[in-house]
Design a protein around this ligand. Structure first.
Ligand SMILES: C[S@@+](CC[C@H](N)C(=O)[O-])C[C@H]1O[C@@H](n2cnc3c(N)ncnc32)[C@H](O)[C@@H]1O
Length: 349
């Protein structure tokens, strides 16, 4: 299985969060058609494999073509160099719900670009609609902290926490500044991302479980103290106040906030885990394995990246140990897996 296929199977929470954006994507698409004199340029920022955006963007593409079948659209998918671009290409060309697979062929073009959304990724004033699904909580870089690997907002190292919070604020501003350059006046930026508003308890629990898994590997002398301390999971789960802060300050004359919603995304795999019977009679174990599959679809890649200097067999051993520990923890306290997310809709003034 390629890393991208793992992401596709595990990312039902992300899919659920993105569904909430579809209505706005259609409205954004109508606005995009109205403001674009020629080719309509759409961005998908932090696309991953396209599993959760190719279908959402089809709604936008269809809305444009239904109004005027003669329009030409270019969708550019942006992600980091380590993204599974092969899987993105497969999804765009052959996934049943993809905007590229079907009647839009010849009018709609899908481009891929390995770039960071902290940089300018398109010519100034060229983009009519920018979309980002569950990606803007990633930081440009993580500042060190001493005690907890998963989410820096929960570290007991208060100085590190404050420094990371400041970095996250600067990062969000940087994302907005770059979009302000790329977007045409009247263009929309629609984003969903993880937050920590609703169920902080769940986030803390996962941070704690992650920490315990990583500690397990340390206790077994498989990683060094330095490797333990260097571990990063480079996200910052902003509160509503943190997400909205720029629009009360520097960005208030640049973007109009059309909508902001907090939502709790759901894991559609959840029912499958909960009902798992037959070959897997132990439901708690089935649940735990379900959580584990999901968490390691993302965390596995991060563990691997952090231990890139190690031989693959050693990294695999670390992953197996962490998974076993994670399953133990999840069996001991089964919880319903819901991520708090937000959706923000902005219009470039
Ligand atoms: C949780 S995935 C979401 C993917 C997809 N949009 C979805 O909704 O399922 C976050 C994605 O953001 C990408 N990402 C993180 N930092 C990035 C950056 N600075 N520039 C571009 N992409 C980034 C990651 O590589 C990853 O593919």
């Amino acid at each position: 299985m390629s890393p991208g296929e793992g992401y596709d199977q595990g990312s039902t929470n992300q899919a659920s969060a993105n569904k909430g954006a579809v209505e706005w994507l259609i409205r954004g698409a109508v606005a995009a058609a109205a403001i674009s004199p020629g080719v309509i340029s759409i961005l998908d920022l932090g696309s991953a494999t396209g599993k959760n955006s190719a279908g959402e963007l089809k709604h936008a593409v269809d809305a444009i073509l239904q109004a005027d079948a003669g329009r030409t659209i270019v969708v550019t998918h942006i992600d980091t160099t380590s993204n599974d671009w092969n899987q993105l290409s497969r999804t765009l060309m052959s996934a049943p719900g993809s905007y590229l697979n079907g009647s839009a062929a010849g009018k709609v073009f899908g481009h891929m670009s390995a770039k960071s959304f902290f940089e300018q990724v398109a010519p100034a004033g060229s983009v009519a609609l920018a979309y980002s699904g569950i990606s803007f909580h990633w930081m440009s870089h993580c500042l060190p902290h001493s005690d907890c690997w998963v989410q820096r907002e929960f570290t007991a190292d208060r100085a590190a926490c404050t420094a990371n919070k400041q970095q996250a604020a600067e990062d969000w501003l940087q994302i907005l500044k770059q979009r302000a350059i790329e977007l045409m006046p009247g263009g929309y930026l629609i984003a969903t991302a993880l937050t920590k508003k609703h169920s902080e308890g769940l986030n803390i629990l996962f941070a704690d479980w992650g920490h315990q898994c990583w500690q397990e590997v340390l206790h077994q002398d498989i990683i060094s103290h330095q490797e333990f301390a260097n571990f990063t999971f480079g996200t910052w789960l902003r509160t509503t106040e943190e997400w909205l802060a720029p629009f009360k300050g520097e960005m208030c004359n640049i973007f109009e906030v059309l909508d902001f919603q907090e939502q709790a995304s759901t894991d559609s795999n959840w029912t499958n885990y909960k009902n798992a019977e037959g070959p897997e009679p132990d439901k708690a174990l089935a649940l735990a394995r379900g959580y584990c599959r999901f968490v390691f679809a993302v965390a596995g890649g991060i563990v691997t990246a952090n231990l890139a200097h190690r031989p693959r067999a050693e990294v695999d051993k670390v992953l197996e140990l962490m998974k076993a520990k994670f399953i133990d923890l999840a069996r001991s306290k089964p919880i319903e897996f819901r991520f708090p997310t937000m959706m923000v809709v902005l219009r470039r003034k």
